[in-house]
Write a protein that binds this ligand. Sequence first.
Ligand code: SF4
Length: 328
Amino acid sequence: MLSRPELRAALLARGQEQQDLFAEASRRRDEHFGRTVILRGVVEITNVCRVNCDYCPMRRDNVALLDRYFMSAEAILERAEQIRDAGIDVVLLQGGETSRVLSILREVIPELRRIFEDRVEVLLNLGNLSRRQYEQLRELGATSYILKHETSDESLFARIRHERLDERLSHLRTLLDLGYKVGTGLISGLPGQSLDSVIDDLELAGELGVHMCSVSPFVPAPDTPLTDAPAGSLELALNAIAALRICYPHLLIPSVSALEKTRSGGQSRGLAAGANVLTTNFTGESDLDRYLIYGKDRYVVRLSHVKALLAEAGFDTRGSVFLQQEVR
Ligand code: SF4
């Protein structure tokens, strides 16, 4: 664990200090997980969302996004088969926040488990639902859930997401209580975010007792109120990854596509900073242009990119740690 002054120094590290930070973070990752990366396959099942986050083009009030969609159960399962055929056993079903996906998931999750003969981690990233709905998804066979707290600054959270932080945190605790493996995440470099608040974010991940945590640099996206705000610093995001790894070596920490979007080579540096998860996108071409998480020119991570990254950095891949698989 690092003290607050040490966390501050870690977030500000550059040059040799940053290299030393990354070396220590990598050492802790390798000690805990071996030199391995967990692969996920993501399918983006809907771009419909009831929330109105100021940084996201899929926000409810974005009237420029006319083409809202829900993937059918058949289409999702077709993509899940492609994930299985690629040798990946973590299927991430991700979408905007709407309970309208539940009827589709009732059909999809049991069938998805059948396709994988039960050797699959069903990971969901679908926003706030009710306790009963989380329970139902768990009973259907969901393993894990990502619900990012985004920022631990209460007033910034309210200003930028138009929702309440305490409510979000209570959902995270409910998910843990129901036996989900839970992931949170933060956006670094949000307009109006202080360095102290990023330190709070790192400490919050530990306090919550989650199993996974991501760090995404803020990406100003078109058709959002924050389109003209400056992008988050890649260095700050990388240093936050390294600090997380040093404080909580057991966490799954993805090297997210927003790192690559911020600067080419960003994901490779995410691995160097201590990350140990990569997510390949299996969304179909027609829906990719409609899932506007960072706008139309977001960086779409394909299997070829993941393979090149792994080869370059000398990592092996492994399956879901929650299924306790052996290293392949
Ligand atoms: S970030 Fe998520 S919850 Fe917020 S508007 Fe976009 S899809 Fe909805």
